[in-house]
Each structure stands twice: as C-alpha cells, then as structure tokens.
Design a protein around this ligand. Sequence first.
Ligand code: AMP
Length: 424
Amino acid sequence: MIKAIRGMRDLLPPETARWQWVEQVAREVFALYGYREIRLPLLERTELFARSIGADTDIVSKEMYSFPDRKGESLTLRPEATASVLRAVVENGLDKGGGVKKLYTLGPMFRYERPQKGRYRQFYQINGEAFGVDAPELDAEVILLLLDILQRLQLGEMRLLINSLGCPECQVKFKAALGLFLISREGLCEDCQRRRTTNALRVLDCKSVHCKEILKDAPVIRDYLCADCAAHFARVLELLRRFGVAYEDQPRLVRGLDYYTRTAFEVVAPGLGAQDAVAGGGRYDGLSQQLGGPALPGLGFAIGQDRLLEVLPRELLGRDREYKVFLVALGEAAKEKCLNLLQKLRENNLATEMDFGNRSLKAQISQADRLGAACVIIIGEMELKDGKAQIREMATAYQQPVPFNEVPDHVKWLKDKTLAETNV
Ligand code: AMP
C-alpha cells in the first residue's frame, strides 16, 4: 500500500476530539479579546516568504516546499502564517480606517525539517495577529491572550521568555558589533561563516552546539537599544508584572525569522524535551513595508498545536463528552424497526449508531462498547411481538423494556440523568 510522506502524519480519532477541543477553546478566547477569524490559501508566491522571513534563515534557505506551477511561477506551501495574514490584510484593505485590527487563523504549515518527536513537515499552528498600533499595551495584551489560551487549556508548567530585538536602527548597530565579534572567531559552522557578513543576527539562532558555545560571550542587543525601544520594552514588562505574569527576561533570545522588531517571546514547556517551544511570536513593525505595503505596525504569535497536544493532560481532554446510543437489531424485521428508530433518535439530537452487518447480539454489544456507547437499545423477535425495546445502560448493565414510541423520550431522560451524575 502507498504510505504517507515522511514527516506528515494522520491525525486519528479519538485524538482528533482533543484537537477540536483545543481549537474550540482558542476560538472562544480569541473572541473575548476581539479577534475574528481569517482563512487563507496554503499556497503563496515564493517571494512572499523569501522577502519577509529572510533569505538567510533556515526556513527560506533549506526548509520551504517550493515548486514551479504549470506556468513556471514559483509557489510555496506556507511555512508560517504571518506573511500571508499581512498580505491578505493589505490586499483586502482591512488595514483601512485606523485603529487596531485583530485576526486569528488556524491551520497547517509546511517545513522540510528533519522529522523527530515534536517536529513534523506538516504541522499545525494557531495564530493571532494584531495590526495598526505600535503601543506597548498591545504587546502586553497579545501576550496575555496567548497565556490565557494556554491556561484555559490547562497547560501545566510553562515559562514565558521575552526579549526586545529593537528597531532597524538598533539592529544595524548591533549587527555591526556582532559581526565584529564574530569575524575573529574560529570554528563557526559553514552557514555561520557566511552569515556573519550577510546577516549576523542569524548566527544567534544557529543550532550547532559549537556555534552556541562561541556565542556565549557575544554582545547582546539589549546594550544597543535606542531610548524609544528601551522604553517600549520596559513598559511591556511593567504591564506583564501588573497582570501577574511571570516572565523571564532573556537578553539572548532571538527567533528564527528575520522580520521581528522590538518585543519577541517564546513559551516553553518542560515536558517537551528537545523541541520545547510551544509558542512563539513578536512584533514586526517593518514587515508590511518590506513586502511593498503601507507602514503598518503589528505583532502576533503562533502556538504549535502538535506540541501543545503532546503536553496537555490526556485524561482531561481525552474524555469524549458525547452521550452515544447504539441500536442492536436481531433479525431482518427488527432491523427495519431499528432503521426508523435510528433517524427518530437523531431527530431528537441523540447521537445514535447501528451496525448493518447482521451480527450476533454479543458482537453488536461489544461493538457498542468499543464505540463508547452509554446506552444500548436491543430489538429482536420478542421485542417486536411485545412492542417494547430493551434499553440497557452500559455502565450498570441495568436493562428495562420501554414501548417503542416512548424510546426517544426515555433515552433523553437517561442522557440528562447520566450527564448530571457525571457532572459533564
Ligand atoms: P515559528 O513559526 O518558527 O515561530 O514557530 C512557532 C511554533 O510552531 C513553535 O513554537 C512550535 O511549537 C511550532 N513549530 C514550528 N516548527 C514546527 C515543526 N516543524 N513541527 C511542529 N511544530 C513546529
């Protein structure tokens, strides 16, 4: 049989119920903060990413799924969402009218990375982006929103790491200092030897252990922040403190994309091992102009949904909240009766299934059990004669006959009782 592509996995039930739950909670919290959904194409012009993420980044230089379309234009499966959101905002005039604009989007991203636990070639992100305001209050609000989502999902242990990457002027000064520091260092990897002249900032997030060692004594951008950037950062931190957010100020934090300015942050979860970043984000005030658009400050974050689901408590979210009913038909005449009842129960908003395979009572009951049915309705020849179905509660195996026309109401009553008892 043909297999799935390396690094691209199938998400299967019952796991998909957890994914839906995460998405539902995220949507609810986004709404609380005034974010509305935007849905975007998965394919964009390659140029969009090359010009935003940066030609020297790992993503653009090694990890993009790019290919020419039938007319020879280079297209890319999106490796991240921010550039597409910004493109869509400007293209559709959503930036008009002033004030802050808040959008969120959910969906798959594609990067040709080496697959390992927590790292896939198709992975999923939950993105929040806010445009139009460069005030530090918005930075704090975006971070509070991100943490609010993670907390409501009951992500236990997590750490917020934060830094300021300054504005382009700070970055020019810092890159010069960093370049000077790097020029005399020996033993940098091949990529970094090139990057120290083309884009020294990129050396800071090199994954090579040796490069990391060399960088321990490198200058930090904090020392090169202009007064405005320093004040912006101080205000963000002050607001985080005011709202009781525990953060770790990390002067060496950088992100793997070139477009970040000022605030940059990451949330790490200790349960994840080597790939411990569950979410990351930051401000990108120059990005719109870089793409040929108007001046449009903004910031956002991306939650890595695959990794998030790795660390969320299983028992809590794995529970299937639905109350399921299963119909067991014994014989052809009973099957006809069950077919009618099946639709009747669904009309009454009861999740109901039956197996059309004419199998034995035992086989059908164990099927019901596998599906997690709370209630099984059995109809055979005897029941047809009496005009009553046997209704069995799976948890207690308590069984009683109920007249056919009373079955929907009886099951509804059972469902309410069970849900009240289990306090779902
Ligand atoms: P980035 O877009 O690189 O800032 O990443 C944001 C988040 O997406 C990270 O913190 C990860 O949780 C997640 N992520 C990035 N790359 C991958 C990948 N290859 N596989 C799974 N999750 C990823």
